[in-house]
Ligand binder design. Structure first.
Ligand code: ADP
Length: 288
């Protein structure tokens, strides 16, 4: 289990960016015929620090719709580390009408993966901006998503823990289709009411909708890639390209599997327990 100790020393992440921009961002969409692109970090390695001397560096894995963003964001508030979701970075780029925006819109709306070079460029920029603000540690959500991305990450820093959230596929589709975002405050909600009966010895799953407060209600929008066709394609791509990461991190002894028992009220306390964080706030205030 990762040590949950906080230190003020930030990672030397600006080096990541320097290395990254010495390489060219060749393609916009992930090149399926050549998945093993050269590391954009070259031979550079960040000076590795012992996990006890820095903040947590965790990764959240899980299929689209499983709730990675919700749980990663709650943990980020609890632990005081940034929650960095590469999907959010991509959507910010789309909204910026920058040079990549049109090509990225097409890729995202087809449920395809953006190229490793572009995603790492967006991630490095975000990490560097965080470092400039004194942030240290991270909870990554949506990255890595391919073995190649995991190897690149491994080449520049140490990941302490990888949490793989799991739900049955039928629930995932319903959850993606029920997802709504408040266009004003940016918070995520879900209007789906999930009730799946237990089968073949597996327990049933019930999840109440996560409804917005009344002031967000009229401002709800649906992500353009949350249509049934695109969600199915994202799940297919996840199974093909991202699921192998489970074995990758299992072999490194870093994987923690977590079958969500239901919605937030049931799952959140159990997740904290599994992470040995159920008395984290008490321990923090006792140590202060
Ligand atoms: P999901 O709900 O499917 O997990 P995300 O919000 O994480 O979606 O990502 C939205 C889209 O952004 C993805 O479908 C993909 O096009 C792009 N994207 C996000 N992260 C990555 C990544 N690590 N590698 C490649 N593409 C990514």
């Amino acid at each position: 289990m990762a040590a949950i100790t906080r230190f003020s020393k930030p990672l030397a992440l600006s080096h990541i960016r320097r290395c990254l921009y010495s390489s060219s961002a060749a393609a916009v969409v992930s090149d399926e015929s050549n998945p093993h692109v050269t590391s954009p970090f070259g031979n550079y390695k960040i000076t590795r620090r012992d996990p006890s001397e820095r903040n947590v560096q965790w990764v959240f894995l899980g299929s689209p719709g499983v709730g990675k963003g919700t749980y990663a964001s709650r943990l980020s508030n609890l632990l005081g580390v940034p929650h960095i979701a590469t999907g959010d970075l991509v959507r910010e780029e789309l909204a910026s009408s920058g040079p990549l925006s049109k090509q990225l819109t097409e890729i995202v709306n087809q449920g395809k993966l953006v190229s490793d070079e572009i995603i790492i460029s967006l991630l490095a920029e975000r990490l560097e901006a965080g470092e400039a603000k004194g942030q240290s540690g991270f909870i990554l959500d949506g990255f890595p998503r391919t073995i190649n991305q995991a190897e690149i990450l491994e080449g520049v820093t140490d990941i302490d823990l990888v949490v793989n959230l799991r739900l049955p596929e039928s629930v995932l589709i319903e959850k993606c289709l029920g997802r709504r975002i408040c266009s004003q405050c940016g918070k995520n909600f879900n209007v789906a009411s999930i009730n799946v009966k237990g089968q073949n010895g597996n327990p049933g799953i019930s999840m109440a909708p996560l409804l917005p407060p009344s002031h967000c209600m009229s401002k709800l929008v649906t992500r353009s890639d949350d249509t049934e066709k695109v969600v199915k394609e994202r799940l297919r791509i996840y199974n093909e390209k991202s699921q192998p990461l489970e074995d990758y991190y299992l072999n490194k002894g870093k994987l923690m599997e977590f079958d969500l028992p239901g919605g937030i009220p049931e799952s959140w306390p159990k997740l904290l327990e599994a992470l040995n964080l159920d008395d984290f706030e008490e321990r923090q205030s006792a140590a202060a």
